[in-house]
Design a protein around this ligand. Structure first.
Ligand SMILES: C[S@@+](CC[C@H](N)C(=O)[O-])C[C@H]1O[C@@H](n2cnc3c(N)ncnc32)[C@H](O)[C@@H]1O
Length: 688
C-alpha cells in the first residue's frame, strides 16, 4: 500500500493507525492496517474535491506541484482570461461558501433495500429511493457518475408555504434521522420557509445549489436537465443554473400554460403559467432535442402517399438567397422535362430546361447535387406554377430507421399540459375525488420532456419526485414506443398533515404516495397486457416480444451498516477516544443490519449501480455474491477459511471484498489471503 506522506502514523497495541485525510481534510478518517494486510474498502461517498482536482489535472497537468495546485502557474496559463478585478459579474448570497463545504462533505449514510415495498425486486432496473435527496445524490456519485441521460425536477417553488429542507454542514444525515423521527431532533427546526423569514431567497438557494451541483455530475455528456419553476424563483434559478451548468448550455425556458383560469388570489395579474427551464451538460448539436412527429402531425403535414409512405413536396431550389451559382457552382445545373412529365439530367431535344433561377434573374442553386438527383430522380417532380417551371422533391415522413422529427416550441399550451389534467390522471388512478396529492404535474409535460432526450434506453432521474409523475410517464412512454428507459425517483418521506386528505386516506408521508402510484400504474399496465395477450391470436406470435420492466426496487436512506470514523476523535488529547474508536472499528458492523443491507452498501460504495446483477454462488461451502459476472466477489461469511479464499481467487475477479470479522482475529489467514489473491493476479482485495 502506498501511503501519502501527510498520513499520520501511530502505533497502538502493535497496530499501525493511519489517519487518512478525508475529502475536506477537516477532520480525517481513521483506519488501521497491519503490515501486509488487505486494504480497507472505502465506505465514504465520492470525494468531490479530489474529483474536481483530477479534472483540472487532466486539463493542466503542469500546474500541479507535488499534488498541489500552483495558482500562479494556472494564472499564467490562462493569461488574460483570469478575472482579477475587484468588481466581478456573478451571483452571491449569504451561505454560498457554506454550500461548497456541504458539497465536499462526504456522506457516511447508506441506502438499505426494502424488498417488501418493491415490485419484482430481483429483475427490475427502476429505483425509488426514500430520503433526503442531498444525501442520496452524494451516495449515487460513485455508481451513477456520468450515467444519467435526463434529470427532471419540480422543487419547492418557494411560495412561502412549502417546507425547505434545512441542510446542515457535516450533520446532514443527523438532520434526516431527526426529521424522520429516528433520533432526538436536537432542536433542529422543521418548518415552512415563509417570506417573512429573513434570508428567504438565500435559504432556497442554499438548498438548491449543492443539489444542482451534484446532479450535474450524474449527467452524461449528452444529458439534459429540466426544472419546473414559477415566478417566485425563476430569475434566481436561471442565475444559479448559469453558474452550475454554464450559460452556453442554456437550452431554453418553456412557458407552460398550466392553469388557464388564472390564480384569482394574485394581487395584480391572475397567473396562469409556469416555466420549464432546460440546460444540457455540454453544448448539443442542432436537432439533438427534436421530438418525433405524432401520427396526427404526419397526416396533416404529409398530404401525399405512395408505396414508400407519406410525403410532402418541398422546393428543390435553395430558398436562401445567400446561396447561388456564384458560391455553389456544383449545385447549379439544368433538369429537362419532356412533355409527359419525364425528367432527365441530360439534354433532350424539345424538352423544357429548368434551372434554379429566381424570377428576377438571380442565379440560385439546388439543394441536391447532380449525383444525388440522378440516383433519386423518381423522387423529383417538375411542376408549372404561375407560368414558371419549378422542381420539387418528395420529402418522406420517415425513412428506414429514421422518424420525422420536429422542434418543440417555447410555449406549451395544450390542454394535456394543464395541471388540472395531472390532477385528473392522479385521482383516476387512486379512484378518489379528494386531492390526496396537490397539483401533480401532467404526465404529458413529462412525456414531452422525455421525448426530447431521444434515447429509449435512458436513465431518468427525478430527485424531487413527489407523487412519481416522472415514473408514470416513463412507464407510459416505454409502453407506447417499446422503450427500455429506467427511472430513479428520490423523495423525502415528508409527513402528511394529520388533517390532510392524504393522511385520512392512509398515507403517512409523500414517499408512500409516490410508491403507491408506481404500484398502481404497474398493476394497470399488467392488467392491460394480460387482456391484450388473451385477445392475441396465435398468428401474432411472430411479433417480436418487448419486455416491459414492470417493477421497481425501493431503497431507504439510513445510517451506514458499518462504524465509519468521521473524525472528531483526532482532536482528542487523552487517547481514550482513540481506544474507544478502535474497539468500534474492530466490532464495526451494526448487529441489526441484514446481509442484504451490507451487500448493497458495499455495492454502492464500490461504484456498482443498485440494479446491477447479483448472483449468489457457493464456493467451498460458503455463500459468495458474484457481481456482474465475477467483476466483484463479495463474501460476508463470519468464518472465512483458506479454501474459500482460494476458490474466490481462482475465479480471477477484478476485486474481492470480505468482512474483517470473517478472519476472526486470525492474522496469519489474513496475510495468507493477500498472498493467495496476488498469486492469482487479484490485486484489489479489500476488507471492511
Ligand atoms: C412540487 S413536489 C413534486 C411534485 C411532482 N413533480 C409530481 O408531479 O408529483 C416537490 C417534492 O419534493 C419533495 N422534497 C422537498 N425537499 C426534499 C428533499 N430534501 N429531498 C427529497 N425530496 C424533497 C417534497 O416532499 C415534494 O413532495
Amino acid at each position: 500500500m502506498i501511503l501519502h506522506e501527510q498520513y499520520r502514523k501511530e502505533k497502538v497495541n502493535d497496530r499501525k493507525i493511519i489517519y487518512y485525510p478525508n475529502g475536506t481534510s477537516r477532520k480525517g478518517v481513521l483506519s488501521m492496517i497491519y503490515q501486509n494486510e488487505p486494504e480497507k474498502a472505502d465506505l465514504l461517498s465520492m470525494d468531490i474535491t479530489e474529483e474536481q482536482k483530477l479534472k483540472l489535472k487532466q486539463l493542466f497537468p503542469h500546474v500541479f506541484n507535488e499534488d498541489k495546485i500552483d495558482f500562479e502557474k494556472l494564472r499564467q496559463t490562462l493569461g488574460g482570461e483570469v478575472d482579477t478585478g475587484r468588481e466581478r459579474y456573478g451571483m452571491t448570497w449569504p451561505g454560498k461558501a457554506e454550500c461548497m463545504k456541504i458539497i465536499q462533505q462526504p456522506t457516511i449514510a447508506t441506502l438499505k433495500p426494502c424488498k417488501e415495498e418493491s415490485v419484482d425486486f430481483d429483475d427490475t432496473e427502476n429505483l425509488f429511493i426514500e430520503g433526503d435527496n442531498l444525501e442520496i445524490l452524494k451516495l449515487l456519485q460513485k455508481s451513477y457518475y456520468g450515467k444519467v441521460k435526463m434529470i427532471y425536477i419540480d422543487p419547492p417553488y418557494n411560495t412561502g408555504k412549502e417546507f425547505i429542507y434545512p441542510d446542515r454542514y457535516s450533520e446532514t444525515l443527523d438532520t434526516y434521522l431527526a426529521y424522520t423521527g429516528q433520533v432526538d431532533d436536537k432542536g433542529i427546526k422543521f418548518s415552512t420557509n415563509t417570506d417573512t423569514d429573513g434570508r428567504y431567497h438565500s435559504k432556497w438557494l442554499n438548498m438548491m445549489y449543492p443539489r444542482l451541483f451534484l446532479a450535474r455530475n450524474l449527467l452524461r455528456d449528452d444529458g439534459v436537465i429540466f426544472v419546473s419553476i414559477d415566478d417566485n424563483e425563476i430569475e434566481n434559478l436561471r442565475f444559479l443554473m448559469n453558474e452550475v451548468f454554464g450559460e452556453e448550455c442554456f437550452v431554453g425556458q418553456v412557458t407552460i400554460l398550466c392553469n388557464p383560469k388564472g390564480r384569482s388570489q394574485d394581487k395584480y395579474l391572475a397567473t396562469c403559467h409556469e416555466y420549464l427551464l432546460i440546460y444540457s451538460k455540454t453544448i448539443l448539436p442542432k436537432g439533438a432535442l427534436d421530438v418525433p412527429k405524432s401520427s396526427e402531425d404526419i397526416i396533416a403535414e404529409y398530404s401525399e402517399k405512395n408505396e414508400k409512405g407519406r410525403y410532402r413536396e418541398l422546393e428543390l431550389r435553395n430558398t436562401h438567397r445567400e446561396f447561388g451559382k456564384h458560391n455553389r457552382p456544383n449545385l447549379y445545373y439544368p433538369f429537362y422535362v419532356i412533355k409527359d412529365g419525364t425528367l432527365s439530367l441530360n439534354k433532350v431535344e424539345n424538352a423544357i430546361e429548368i434551372t434554379p433561377d429566381w424570377d428576377d434573374g438571380f442565379e440560385g442553386c439546388w439543394t441536391w447535387g447532380k449525383v444525388k438527383a440522378e440516383a433519386e430522380i423518381e423522387d423529383l417532380v417538375a411542376k408549372l406554377v404561375n407560368g414558371n417551371w419549378k422542381m420539387y422533391r418528395k420529402a418522406y415522413a420517415s425513412t428506414p430507421g429514421e422518424v420525422a422529427r420536429k422542434q418543440l416550441k417555447s410555449i406549451w399550451k395544450d390542454k394535456r399540459h394543464h395541471t388540472e389534467k395531472g390532477q385528473k390522471t392522479f385521482n383516476e388512478l387512486f379512484i378518489i375525488k379528494e386531492k390526496i396529492f396537490q397539483s401533480p404535474k401532467s404526465v404529458d409535460v413529462l412525456k414531452d420532456a422525455i421525448s426530447m432526450t431521444q434515447d429509449k434506453n435512458a436513465i431518468i432521474l427525478d430527485f424531487f419526485s413527489g407523487s412519481s409523475t416522472t415514473a408514470h410517464a416513463v412507464f407510459d412512454m416505454n409502453k407506447e414506443d417499446r422503450g427500455n428507459r429506467k427511472f430513479i425517483m428520490a423523495q423525502l418521506p415528508e409527513p402528511c398533515d394529520k388533517n390532510s386528505e392524504a393522511y385520512k386516506a392512509g398515507y403517512k408521508n409523500i414517499a408512500d404516495i409516490g410508491k403507491e402510484r408506481i404500484r398502481r400504474v404497474i398493476r394497470n399496465i399488467d392488467d392491460e397486457q394480460k387482456q391484450d395477450s388473451a385477445q392475441t391470436i396465435r398468428s401474432d406470435e411472430t411479433k417480436e416480444k418487448h419486455r416491459l420492466d414492470l417493477g421497481f426496487k425501493v431503497f431507504k436512506l439510513d445510517k451506514s451498516n458499518f462504524t465509519i470514523w468521521d473524525g472528531a476523535i483526532e482532536d482528542d488529547a487523552t487517547g481514550e477516544g482513540i481506544t474507544k474508536q478502535l474497539k468500534l472499528i474492530v466490532e464495526n458492523i451494526d448487529p441489526y443490519s441484514s446481509e442484504e443491507d451490507i451487500l448493497y452498501e458495499l455495492l454502492l460504495k464500490s461504484g456498482f449501480q443498485l440494479t446491477t446483477s447479483v448472483n449468489e454462488i457457493e464456493l467451498a461451502g460458503k455463500k459468495v455474491y458474484s457481481i456482474e459476472n465475477d467483476a466483484l466477489l463479495l463474501c460476508l461469511d463470519r468464518e472465512l477459511n483458506k479454501e474459500v479464499i482460494t476458490e474466490m481467487a481462482k475465479k480471477e475477479p477484478a476485486r474481492v471484498i470480505c468482512l474483517d470479522e470473517g478472519f476472526s482475529g486470525n492474522d496469519q489467514l489474513k496475510t495468507n489471503a493477500v498472498q493467495i489473491m496476488k498469486s492469482f493476479g487479484v490485486e484489489d482485495f479489500r476488507t471492511v
